[in-house]
Design a protein around this ligand. Sequence first.
Ligand code: SF4
Length: 163
Amino acid sequence: AGPRILVSACLLGQPVRYDGSAKTLQHPLLQHWQQNGWVVSLCPERAGGMPTPRPAAEIANGLSGRDVVAGHALVRDTTGADVTAPFLDGAQAALALAQQEGCTVALLIDGSPSCGSLMIYDGSFTGQKQAGEGVTAALLRQNGIAVFAPADIEKLAASLSSF
Ligand code: SF4
């Protein structure tokens, strides 16, 4: 048995993003991990009960996923609806699956209010990015799972060298 890697479903070509698209990552490392059966796929927002398509959402007031997990921040969509509960449900589902499948690392799409690990949007829906992490990325990290963005896939690979 090798390592197990939780991967954002949209990176694997599943059209689950808010706008109905995928964000397929064509990378030989990811292909190799899939061929080895190391990849566990999940979309936290779909797992949290949200449909595709759905309105875009951002963590409010320039806060981060850690603040949402701690109950200090909300997630809102472009209609103004509070979607914090499904985002938290999705993060819990991702953590439960990762633990059940023995995932010690995750490769998640950056910029997402769920999956972002380096940057997220600032809550103003004006396209402004800031350093920060999404709700799922925060909960996984708080539980000892290392989260990497696609830009850092080589770092993720290096972290697997013990296998
Ligand atoms: Fe992709 Fe994560 Fe957004 Fe789902 S929640 S569409 S897996 S970035």
